[in-house]
Design a protein around this ligand. Structure first.
Ligand code: GLA
Length: 382
């Protein structure tokens, strides 16, 4: 049992003088490769990490939800029959999921519980998708519904888009809903079919938080999405997923230089993801690392979503002994880089990176050694 699972269970016991009926968890994620491809109906290759949102809960007889957050030291309450959007608050993610599930025809029931998480917020490790999927797990556990990962991921995305008001693709919810222990997951963001892929033997995944956060990320994200749509329109297809590299090279002259670069990133990134999955299946860390390095260059130069600190982090990581490859990960402009390293060098790599990044930027990074973990799950305790 994880530490947090014990913590929420004990806190529940103290609060309700009984053991919880269920303990649910949903993990954060790091994306190995396939960035800004999800909203182009393309391919992504994220893995769920060993950091998650945990909720210990029991059903209520009425239609209210009461959650106590140990992290925020506060309790939030809402009624399923009176869902009202309020200000920026963590409970809006929970309400948003309740709203999306009910709008999709789910008959929900109230519950009460205690929640805690160890996913850093705003770092690009999908703490919000994890909260959405933990919530969906809680609701489905209470009513005894089976877990349909793609459906739940889509409803979580709907909650985030339409209730919380953040325009994101499907990757984060999908990996949190469907991750598999010991594996990354190839996700086809058009069909939501998935294929697990093991890390190459003897490798470790390290997340390197630059400790920088940028404003206006949402507007830059929406602008990139619009540019991709414009490119797809030029090619006369529903999304850039449908443009082969051959078609692209044959008619690239007709695109403006900016749209050309954006489209080139997405089209080549999809190819890199498919090559990455073969590299993983063949246990080839060198090829996987090279593809990660290429992805970084493409995100930096063609898609223009990197930042000075992300570039410094990725380049310093690539130069360390035992590192196969490194790149910025997630939406960009700040947040984290991800590195694939030889497992036996992981600890020295982490130490060396902390020093090197600090020296180069005067910022203190946060380094996470991540285990590929299972997606959202429920543990029945009674
Ligand atoms: C954010 C979004 C994802 C995805 C990535 C970029 O994390 O939430 O849906 O678009 O950016 O790959």
């Amino acid at each position: 049992m994880s530490d947090l699972s014990v913590r929420v269970t004990q806190a529940f016991q103290e609060r309700f003088a009984a053991p919880p009926t269920f303990v649910v968890q949903a993990p954060g994620r790091v994306n190995l490769i396939g960035e800004h491809t999800d909203y182009n109906d393309g391919f992504v290759l994220p893995m769920a990490i060993n950091r998650a949102v945990w909720i210990a809960l029991q059903p209520r007889a009425d239609r209210e939800v009461h959650i106590h957050s140990l992290d925020f030291a506060e309790t939030a309450v809402f009624a399923l029959d009176q869902l009202l959007k309020e200000t920026d608050h963590w409970i809006e993610y929970v309400k948003g999921v309740a709203w999306a599930l009910q709008a999709d025809g789910f008959q929900l029931q109230g519950w009460e519980g205690v929640m805690a998480a160890n996913i850093p917020q705003g770092a690009g490790l999908s703490s919000s998708a994890a909260l959405e999927m933990a919530t969906a797990r809680a609701f489905t556990a209470v009513t005894g519904q089976l877990w349909d990962a793609p459906r739940m991921a889509l409803l979580g995305q709907k909650a985030e888009n339409a209730w919380v008001g953040v325009n994101c693709g499907i990757m984060d919810q999908m990996i949190s809903a469907a991750g598999q222990a010991g594996h990354a997951l190839l996700i086809d963001c058009r069909t939501l079919n998935t294929k697990p892929a093991p890390l190459p033997p003897g490798t470790a995944v390290i997340v390197l938080d630059t400790n920088t956060r940028r404003g206006l990320v949402d507007s830059a994200y929406n602008e990139r999405r619009a540019q991709c749509e414009e490119a797809a329109k030029f090619f006369g297809v529903p999304s850039l997923r449908d443009v082969s590299i051959t078609d692209f090279l044959a008619s690239e002259d007709g695109l403006t230089p900016l749209i050309h670069r954006r489209a080139r990133h997405v089209i080549t990134e999809n190819i890199r993801v498919l090559n990455a999955i073969s590299a993983m299946q063949n246990g080839d860390p060198h090829l996987l690392g090279t593809l990660m390095n290429e992805s970084h260059v493409s995100l930096r130069d063609d898609f223009a979503v990197s930042s000075h600190e992300l570039n410094v982090m990725a380049e310093l990581a690539q130069a360390q002994p035992g590192c196969y490859g490194a790149r910025m990960t997630g939406g960009g402009f700040g947040g984290c880089a991800v590195a694939l390293v030889a497992a036996e060098t992981a600890v020295t790599f982490a130490q060396a990176m902390t020093q090197a990044y600090q020296q180069a930027t005067d910022l203190t990074p946060v380094v996470y050694l991540c285990q590929p973990s299972a997606g959202a799950s429920v543990i029945s305790t009674l």
